[in-house]
Write a protein that binds this ligand. Structure first.
Ligand SMILES: [Zn+2]
Length: 631
């Protein structure tokens, strides 16, 4: 029952109903009130106060021909003895039958699917017999299950075998497993999955390292996780060890370059532990997915999912690995209770990523990262303010009747980062680090609301250490629009040098010496190029540095954005090729947006998109349809 009790506390601290009462730090009386009144996650149909899932036993077969998963989800629940119903989240699942009873005793029960909602899907309401503590749902996934991306052999590196991967965050786990799909609800799981014998299957769990002849694999996740961390990948995948508790999975064609790129992984894990306490998930492996993976990385526990666009060949983009690793604390260990508290996952993780990079290299390196973050943040705040979306620049979001994916913006990541950096500067690093170690330890495997975090901060840092940090300052960071006056400003000597080099080139035509430049210096240089650069200068720049032919995806994406502004036609074939090959939304959205600024560009973009769209995951398609008004 510990889980049920703690859930009531966690969910009640969510305070969705209080999301407009941003009066700042809760007093101890009202936080106790919050803790006794259960509040629902607006993005889940579950009623955890009645019956809450504790453990999932998942049996599944993956059918690549019909592009379906046939599954049985057996769920152990903890329930209010008076509850007569269990509600699970589903979206487009085909439910064959539902049984209830014990783990081994299954009696058919009545069930119904509620009204379909475009964002939430349908509530699966299951009648609970008085003594039942397990339910068993027999089902299959429907057409176009949004979490699943089925790739034809042609879309893989090896071109011989199909590939499947999932992306469950934020609320897409319900499109492949019936469960309580709320970040405030945690459960353990075990699974048995059957695939064609030439493929290997992996999950966010203890994983096999080689194929077996039957094509049946067993999985176990003994730490309780929220549904959005359910993950699966199946394909012609091979493994290479990187150290005693880490390794990398990829198609055989990519495995060597992946192993080279991630060689610093063990060191990163040790650094992270040195900062914020023990790594609590046993192993840490990474799988490099085919290029259509929509994100840079996804922090699926024990097995980070990563885009191949970080394989730069020089280990220059591994801050992404530091980011996903950092989620093993912020996000996976202490989890945002609702998607309106998303900055608690991402702001902490960007902060932590930055600290890992500082320890792995030096502060010059991490300050370059912070400055790039600041550039992204300022651009996003300007854009949102211009589009009258100032409310979305608050750290605490209001996502009522909205897709939680709307909250995936620079605000949660970079404004969250700068808030925590500001707290560090105001409290001093020693006190701040001590506070964070305790925060992760005391709240491990639990969920956190923004209000609860502010309360915890006040009790365990501000009041305890008598710090001069005031409520109106915290309110401004969390509940106000735009960026506070007190925004910390990172400094980088290397970037100042790049600024000077750029000036010299613009004024004298003398190109800088770039042999020693890191990816970050390149990005800073390209971002700093004036938008009204004349055509001859654009040509000579590209001829000198071959930016259009860069093998580094970050540099390419930054350059292409400029090339579109300059209407620099020689880059367009490479832009089209890039958009067709890469599915990472962070690159796609700005490029399609830049193209959509002119009628001619939009026509070009739409043509490319027609061809590329079937290769993108749902979360990318969802964003780009909107940018291009694609029907
Ligand atoms: Zn993240």
């Amino acid at each position: 029952m510990r889980l049920l009790v703690s859930m009531v506390i966690i969910l009640s601290a969510v305070g969705c109903g209080n999301s407009n009462q941003h009066s700042g730090l809760p007093t101890s009386t009202n936080i106790e009130n919050l803790m006794t009144t259960p509040v629902k996650d607006i993005h889940s149909n579950a009623e955890p106060g009645q019956a809450i899932m504790q453990h999932l036993k998942w049996n599944a077969e993956i059918d690549f021909d019909s592009m379906r998963i046939l599954g049985k989800a057996s769920i152990r629940i903890s329930r209010d003895p008076k509850a007569d119903i269990l509600i699970l989240d589903t979206k487009n699942l085909l439910i064959d039958s539902v049984k209830a009873g014990s783990e081994t005793r299954e009696t058919p029960v009545d069930f119904s699917l509620g009204k379909f909602d475009e964002i939430l899907g349908s509530a699966l309401e299951i009648d609970l017999p008085p003594d039942a503590d397990w339910v068993h749902v027999y089902y299959q996934t429907g057409d176009g299950a949004e979490a699943l991306q089925w790739l034809s052999p042609q879309q893989t590196a090896g071109k011989q075998h199909p590939f499947l991967f999932t992306q469950s965050q934020a609320i897409l786990a319900r499109t492949w497993i019936p469960l309580q799909d709320s970040p405030g609800i945690r459960f353990t799981y075990e699974a048995s999955v059957k695939v064609p014998p030439e493929l290997l299957v992996l999950m966010s769990a203890e994983n096999p390292q080689q194929k077996n002849q039957q094509g049946i694999y067993q999985f176990k996740m003994e730490q309780p996780i929220p549904a959005y961390l359910m993950a699966l990948a199946a394909g012609n995948i091979t493994f290479q060890s990187l150290g005693s508790r880490s390794g990398v999975y990829a198609e055989p064609e990519l495995i060597d370059s992946a192993a080279y790129e991630f060689a610093e992984l063990e060191e990163m894990i040790s650094i992270a532990e040195g900062l914020y306490g023990p790594y609590r998930w046993n192993r840490y492996d990474i799988i490099v997915l085919p290029p259509s993976f929509p994100f840079g990385g996804m922090e699926n526990p024990m097995l980070t999912f990563a885009t191949p666009t970080i394989l730069a060949g020089d280990r220059s983009l591994t801050s992404l690995v530091a980011h996903e690793l950092a989620h093993s604390w912020s996000g996976n260990l202490v989890t945002n209770a609702t998607w309106e508290d998303f900055w608690l996952n991402e702001g902490f993780t960007v902060y932590f990523e930055n600290r890992i990079m500082e320890a792995l290299y030096d502060s010059e390196y991490s300050e370059m990262l912070a400055l790039l973050s600041l550039q992204d943040l300022k651009a996003e705040v300007d854009e949102m303010t211009k589009n009258k979306q100032a409310g979305d620049t608050h750290l605490k979001l209001d996502l009522k009747n909205r897709n939680p994916d709307d909250g995936v913006t620079t605000i949660a990541y970079e404004k969250g980062y700068f808030f925590l950096r500001w707290l560090e500067e105001r409290s001093g690093r020693a006190l701040w680090d001590k506070f964070l170690i305790r925060y992760f330890d005391e709240n491990a495997f639990q969920s956190m609301t923004t209000e609860h975090f502010l309360y915890y901060l006040k009790k365990n840092l501000i009041e305890k250490q008598h710090l001069n940090i005031y409520q109106d300052e915290l309110d401004e960071w969390v509940y106000h629009s735009g960026l506070p006056e007190s925004l910390p400003v990172p400094r980088s000597g290397k970037f100042e040098r790049v600024d000077m080099d750029l000036d010299i080139w613009l004024n004298t035509g003398t190109f800088p010496s770039t042999d020693q430049w890191s990816t970050h210096e390149w990005l800073h240089f390209i971002r700093g190029l004036p938008n009204d650069l004349d055509h001859a200068a654009v040509i000579s720049l590209d001829e000198t540095f071959d930016l259009t032919g860069s093998g580094n995806a970050e540099i390419l994406a930054a350059w292409f954005e400029k090339a579109i502004v300059y209407d620099y036609k020689p880059a367009y074939p490479a832009i089209a090729e890039f958009l067709k090959k890469v599915g990472r939304r962070k690159f796609l959205s700005p490029l399609y947006r830049a193209l959509a600024n002119t009628p001619e560009g939009k026509e070009f973009a739409t043509e490319v998109y027609e061809e590329a769209r079937p290769n993108y995951h749902f979360v990318s398609v969802n964003s780009i349809d909107e940018i291009l008004d694609y029907e």
